[in-house]
Design a protein around this ligand. Structure first.
Ligand SMILES: [Fe+2]
Ligand SMILES: [Fe+2]
Length: 178
């Protein structure tokens, strides 16, 4: 596979690490609620900025539209499904934030589980299906161009913030052995 989509695969890996942490956080409820609140607060920031603004926006603004130009049928098929999933993820995060505000930790945790499972399924479809089709739809130079547009989007968003967010997830994993 052409290396140009690596940036998206790499982001999926960090997002999956955060999902793992999100799934484990529930074991803190009742044992250390303050730590639970802290972990969820950090995860919400990560999922909103890293997973959504950096990652989903690369797909929505760059990859998916370019794929639809190559094959119109994708617009009503798997790509529509991916767009719908992203919208659903945003809604779920809002519900989690609301539950946390109301100290409804078990409610927040069950929404986080729903989010986590749906996000892992979504990532699997993209890794195994969608990115493979992208790889065959585009020429090498088109893929290279996409890569530069991904890098530009990161830079427009603030390049160091992305690294910091990924680092924070690693730190959080070490500091919250549950
Ligand atoms: Fe996606
Ligand atoms: Fe993705």
């Amino acid at each position: 596979m052409n290396n140009s989509l690596k940036i998206l695969f790499d982001e999926h890996e960090i997002i999956s690490e955060a999902v793992q942490l999100a799934q484990d956080a529930k074991y803190l409820i009742g044992k250390d609620n303050e730590q639970f609140k802290l972990v969820i607060r950090e995860l919400l920031v990560f999922f909103r900025i890293y997973a959504d603004e950096y990652h989903h926006h690369k797909e929505e603004k760059i990859l998916f539209p370019e794929m639809m130009k190559k094959n119109e049928l994708l617009a009503d098929g798997v790509i529509k499904e991916m767009f719908d999933n992203h919208a659903y993820f945003r809604e779920l995060l809002q519900v989690v934030a609301l539950d946390m505000e109301q100290q409804n930790f078990t409610g927040a945790s069950s929404k986080i589980d729903e989010y986590s499972e749906a996000l892992l399924d979504h990532i699997a479809v993209e890794n195994e299906e969608l990115f493979q089709s992208a790889d065959s739809l585009f020429t090498d130079s088109e893929l290279e161009l996409l890569h530069y547009r991904f890098v530009d989007l990161d830079e427009d968003m603030g390049g160091t913030q992305k690294k910091d967010l990924a680092e924070k997830i690693r730190q959080l994993k070490i500091n919250s052995i549950v």
